[in-house]
Design a protein around this ligand. Structure first.
Ligand SMILES: [Zn+2]
Length: 516
């Protein structure tokens, strides 16, 4: 194949079809959407009985490309070819030839993060984005350190799985990669090395959860004890600068009176200092390369008031921090995997002010964490944020994988669900959930056809949602993975079913935000 032919190859369905026939002789299936051509080679994803493989048909001379990839030399249609496993080395080489696979900072416009605990969901996410229309910028690789350790995945594996998935889907429109809920400088270093471009700093441990219930005397004492040196500030200069400050934000009037200032500083002062530390480290580690910083205080107990939001961002800016998005703790409850719990009118009033502040003092995006399944508030959030929003979902792709399993392997689903019920009380500890095992249906008396309905049950859904780590790492006495292997093979054997489940579910998340 010469260079011109290779360049045309990706666009010519007839060529792709013929190549598909050619590889079909070996029992391989070529994924048409993945077919692409560069100066160096023609490329496609193959499904084989032993899992997905990268097919490379180099443009002569072949030596350079063959040396870059590890795999098996073969011939396809008389031309030398390589069948390459989905390894880290091959992912890095594939990104060198396809710059659109390299994660990059997001545009200052609507974006969506799709956590993917199994590493197989990106093609379904791409389908949902295409079906939703608009121009929502995706983050396919998104995982918190907590979830990486629960699923025994490395930061590099998370990035590489998104590389393979977007290659398979032919997603050329760019993508970010979000290292979510980072708590330490070491987390940042490891994730930057793996190619992440978005860094969500979670200073939750530095938020003073008692500030809302302290007496005035206690607040005074806590104010005096703030880390003033780290804040590069003094009590009197902070008071002179901020007490009585009034912000007019797009029709919203926010006042930081003396009392509100002291409470905001006590509640968030240490968190601000920590974010500034982390930002300095991040800027050093990524020296010269662009990145998106997100500041998230969503996993704290009490809502972030408008005055506190103003305090946080003015102080971050004074300390030299630059951020792309902020996740306040909104009013109401954002539990995992279920709709918003609370008064939607109160949420409307709350996000209206936060969005106005984000426009006036930024602009930066508001980030909606635990954003999956919050169908009753998407329109409200989309209306007030006017395109400056990031919607972050995490475990819901795992739930859609389980929905696919109810359809293709009911017996596997039953044993997995039984196991999840036994793990829930322990696994729920670090998540915002309120389901109970007693409230969840017992699968023993259920027909197979009724199993998918468990994915709509509040209790069963949360139980399945937070037990993913136990399920994916459970091992039998002989060391064999109890569920993870079977789960992955069932999904790999039925990609169409899994992708359809994902598309149907996520299009409902994305449509309210598309076209804004
Ligand atoms: Zn979060």
């Amino acid at each position: 194949m010469d260079a011109t032919a290779a360049a045309d190859w990706g666009e010519h369905s007839e060529r792709v079809r013929r190549l598909g026939q050619e590889v079909g002789r070996n029992g391989h299936v070529l994924v048409p959407a993945s077919a692409s051509a560069t100066d160096a080679a023609a490329w496609a994803m193959l499904r084989t009985p032993s899992g997905c493989r990268l097919l490379v048909l180099p443009v002569p001379p072949h030596a350079g490309v063959f040396a870059e990839f590890e795999g098996e030399r073969t011939e396809v249609g008389g031309a030398p070819a390589l069948i390459a496993p989905l390894t880290a080395r091959n992912a890095a080489a594939l990104r060198r030839h396809h710059p659109w696979l390299v994660p990059r900072p997001l545009p200052a416009a609507t974006s969506a993060g799709f956590g993917d605990r199994l590493g197989l969901a990106t093609p379904g996410h791409a389908r949902a984005l295409r079906a939703a229309g608009g121009s929502i910028a995706p983050v396919f690789a998104q995982q918190s350190i907590r979830e990486m350790s629960r699923t025994a995945r490395s930061p590099q594996a998370v990035v590489d799985d998104a590389t393979w998935g977007s290659f398979e889907a032919g997603w050329t429109a760019g993508q970010g990669a979000d290292a979510d809920h980072l708590k330490t400088a070491d987390d940042i270093t490891a994730c930057a090395a793996a190619g992440f471009t978005m860094f969500t700093i979670d200073p939750g441990e530095y938020v003073n959860r008692d500030a809302d219930v302290m007496t005035p005397e206690e607040l005074r004492a806590a104010w005096d004890a703030l880390p003033w040196a780290k804040l590069d500030d003094t009590p009197s200069s902070m008071r002179a600068r901020l007490a009585g400050l009034e912000v007019d934000a797009d029709g919203e009037h926010v006042v930081l009176d003396e009392g509100a200032l002291v409470k905001a500083a006590v509640k968030y002062g240490r968190a601000v200092a920590h974010v500034a530390d982390m930002h300095r480290h991040l800027a050093a580690v990524k020296s010269g390369q662009g990145f998106d910083l997100e500041v998230s205080v969503d996993e704290t107990d009490t809502p972030t008031t408008p005055a506190e939001h103003v305090f946080i961002v003015l102080e971050l800016r004074r300390l030299g921090v630059r951020w792309a998005s902020l996740a306040p703790r909104f009013v109401g409850r954002f539990e995992k995997g279920v709709d918003y719990l609370g008064d939607t009118a109160a949420f409307d009033a709350d996000i209206r002010v936060h969005a106005a502040i984000a426009r006036a003092l930024g602009p930066y995006k508001l980030s909606l964490h635990s954003g999956s399944d919050k169908f009753s508030i998407y329109d409200i959030a989309a209306r007030h944020t006017k395109g400056l929003i990031h919607v972050k979902t995490a475990g819901t792709s795992y739930l859609e994988a389980l929905r696919a399993i109810t359809l293709v392997s009911p017996a596997l689903f039953r044993s997995l669900y039984e196991f999840s019920r036994t793990q829930y009380e322990r696994d729920r500890a670090s998540y915002h959930v309120s389901a109970s095992v007693a409230g969840a249906p017992d699968p023993a008396g259920m027909a197979d056809a009724d199993l998918p309905a468990l994915l709509e049950d509040f209790h069963a859904r949360q139980i399945l949602h937070v037990t993913f780590g136990s399920v994916l790492t459970a091992r039998a006495g002989d060391g064999r993975l109890v569920f993870a292997g079977d789960l992955r093979s069932a999904l790999l054997a039925n990609p169409e079913i899994y992708e359809t489940c994902l598309e149907r579910h996520f299009v409902r998340h994305l449509r309210p935000f598309a076209g804004r």
